[in-house]
Unconditional design. Structure first.
Length: 162
């Protein structure tokens, strides 16, 4: 059994060459190259796995198309995530969570290659922390930069009175 596992995970020269060809194809596409998307290419036999984060769904589709077109690739395993998809998934999770739902509409979510920025105003430090926790649990999020501001209730009441 050990030799089967070893054979299944052994990297061959052909795998390395296929990875290099796929990487060249990906970086020939200027939007991927210029945005420095961290795409990891792993080849095993004729199967290529792409993982990492890209800025847009269009970039993701293009990366998959370019990889499929490389001679020697028979199958692609798609593990790419786009910032656009991350932003949508985080928004969905915030709306689904009963602790964050009331604040979800007041939070702006912006992702840059998996680094998620949260901005807006919330009513308490507890809600701020919970929003950060929920965002950080979404697959593909690399880090959360929680810039949410806790509203000062006294200032809000003074503003209403004025």
């Amino acid at each position: 059994m050990r030799s089967n596992m070893h054979r299944a995970t052994r990297i061959t020269q052909r795998d390395r060459e296929l990875e290099a060809r796929v990487n060249r194809a990906l970086w020939s596409y200027s939007p991927l190259r210029e945005s420095r998307c961290p795409i990891i290419v792993i080849a095993r036999g004729e199967v290529v796995e792409l993982s990492g984060t890209v800025r847009t769904e269009l970039m993701k589709r293009m990366a998959l198309k370019l990889a499929r077109a490389v001679p020697g690739v028979s199958k692609i395993r798609d593990r790419l995530v786009s910032d656009e998809a991350l932003e949508r998934r985080i928004g969905q999770r915030l709306r689904q969570n009963p602790n964050t739902r009331p604040a979800a509409g007041k939070v702006t979510v912006h992702s840059v290659l998996g680094a998620v920025h949260l901005r807006g105003q919330v009513k308490s430090a507890r809600v701020k922390a919970e929003i950060g926790r929920v965002a950080g649990q979404v697959p593909g999020v690399q880090m959360v930069i929680n810039e949410l501001v806790v509203q000062n209730h006294n200032a809000a009441q003074l503003k209403k009175a004025a």
